[in-house]
Structures are given as C-alpha cells and as structure tokens.
Design a protein around this ligand. Structure first.
Ligand SMILES: Cc1ncc(C[n+]2csc(CCOP(=O)(O)OP(=O)(O)O)c2C)c(N)n1
Length: 276
C-alpha cells in the first residue's frame, strides 16, 4: 500500500472518530463502542473503495453501504459529513427532535445512507437483495454489508448469506465486525458464534480474517474484492469495541455510554492532539 494513501486514510479514520465523539458530546450519550470499532473499515471504504458522489447521493450506479448494525449510524454519519454529503455541523443534531441523523440509519432522512437499519439481521437480507438487483440490471455497482458479531446471533443473517452464495453475488462484500461484545456482554457468553470465519467460508464466501483496525490490512482485503467473480466476499474484521479511546475500550459496558460533557471533551482532545 502506498505510504501517502495509508497516511491519508489513517487521518480520515481519526477524523471520523472525532466526528463520532462530536455527536455523542452534543447529545450526551450514544452508541460509541460499535461506532469506533467499525471506523477504520468505513475510512477505507469511503476514502478509497466506494464509487460514490456526495453531490448525487441518489445516483443509481453508485456503490452502496448497508450498515446492518444500524446503531453504528454515528460512524457512518461522520464519514458521510466528512465526504461532503451534508454539512459537518449537522453532526451536532444526532438523535435530536427533527434531526436528519437519527440514532439508527434511515435512508429517507440522511443523504448518503443507502438503507434503513436497526432491527438486527434485516440489513443482511436487504443488502443481498440490493446486490442481486444490481446484477439483474447488469450494473457493476457493489454492495458493502456491515454486520456485527452479536448480530450474527440472528438466524436471518445466515438465511441471507445462503442466498448470496446461491445467487453468486460476487458484487457483495460482507464486513463482519467481530469486536467480541454486544449490547450487554461478551458474544461468547451470550450465544457463542464459535469460528465465524470458518462458518462464513462454509456458507460459500471467499473469506479472509484480518485485524479490522489496521488500515493497511483492511485496504488490502478490500482491494482483492474488486475482481468480481462468482463468490460473494467476506472480510472478518477482528476489532476492538471502542477502538481509539483507551477508557472506552476498557469500559466493561461500552455499547452505549452516557458521560459528562467534560469527559467527552477530554476524549475529543486526546484525538485532536493526534492530528498533525
Ligand atoms: C432484532 C433486534 N434485536 C435486538 C436489538 C437490540 N440490540 C441493539 S444493538 C444489540 C447488540 C448488537 O451487537 P453487535 O452486532 O455485536 O454490535 P456491536 O457490538 O458491533 O456494536 C442489540 C441486541 C435490535 N436492535 N434488533
């Protein structure tokens, strides 16, 4: 990977993290853990992979992202705002009355959000249907699907993946955010998924397992999904919930956090200090 590109994407990831915390600070609370774990993947997607045009969010030929773990909306919103889909200042309206940025992704509200999500599992089916639709129309647009490891407890996810392989959706890329935690505990204690990488491969996906918080590894894994072909792709992202803020990473419960304005500020300063 080119060093300049790596630096640019790492900075973009840092800016997304700052955007996530700006939203949480304005609202006082939010889904910080699962937003920060998926940030690096979103930075690589929006910063180097996805064919999108902020001026034409409805452009039919664009690549699409379905963040099926819809509670990570704040990470998607930060990436979209930084790309110019809507003004950065709007981030401060997260989850407020009348906002275009609800807690969970809503395609009818936010420019650049391609699918409404929040009921875990459903985004997987929707993304597979979208990828199938692109194929039927003969378009080369790709669909990127983000699923959480807790979300993988939903049976619907596996029905969708079975469909993707059967329909040979080489234009679908599943990004499985394996941060080991879900809403109220560790995934292995609640309903152990065992080896997700082996399972997804057994479902017919061309699968790699990487450090999902390493920009270079994410970039290389995504680059190899450009080839199309007959198999859908899966990238198992081994991540840390709350990545980038040590206190959030180490908090026992970091799914949705409510802390003081001073605390959000302190965390924001620790991130902005890393900008060069
Ligand atoms: C169908 C459904 N059941 C339950 C919930 C409540 N819920 C929201 S987030 C969450 C945990 C998700 O865990 P995971 O997919 O691992 O997300 P991450 O840790 O990456 O944020 C749950 C159970 C929901 N949104 N939808």
């Amino acid at each position: 990977m080119d060093a300049t590109l790596k630096k640019r994407l790492e900075r973009f990831a840092l800016e997304i993290r700052i955007g996530v915390l700006e939203q949480m600070k304005a609202r006082g609370f939010g889904h910080v853990g699962g937003s920060l774990s998926i940030t690096d993947a979103l930075a690589v997607l929006y910063g180097s992979q996805m064919r999108v045009d902020p001026k034409r969010p409805d452009w039919a030929e664009r690549d699409k992202l379905v963040c099926s773990k819809g509670h990570a909306g704040p990470a998607v919103y930060a990436a979209l705002a930084l790309q110019g889909f809507f003004p950065y200042e709007e981030l401060k309206t997260l989850n407020q009355p009348g906002t275009n940025l609800p807690s969970h992704c809503d395609r009818n509200k936010t420019p650049g959000v391609d699918m409404t999500t929040g009921s875990l599992g459903q985004g997987a089916s929707l993304a597979c249907g979208m990828a199938f639709g692109e194929k039927l129309r003969g378009r080369d647009a790709r669909v990127f699907l983000v699923v959480g490891d807790g979300e993988a407890n939903e049976g619907q996810v596996w029905e969708a993946l079975m469909f993707a392989a059967a329909k040979k959706l080489g234009n679908l890329v599943l990004l499985l955010d394996v941060n080991g935690k879900q809403l109220d505990g560790c995934t292995k204690d609640i309903l152990d998924t065992l080896d997700l990488s082996a399972k997804v491969a057994a479902f017919g996906f061309d699968t790699v397992s990487i450090d999902g918080n390493d920009i270079e590894q994410v970039y290389n894994a995504l680059e190899r999904t450009r080839n199309g072909g007959d198999k859908p792709y899966a990238i198992v992202l081994n991540t840390i919930k709350g990545k980038g803020i040590a206190a959030v990473e180490n908090a026992k419960s970091n799914h949705s956090m409510a802390v003081s304005s001073d605390q959000w500020n302190e965390w924001l300063l620790s991130l902005t200090a890393q900008l060069d």
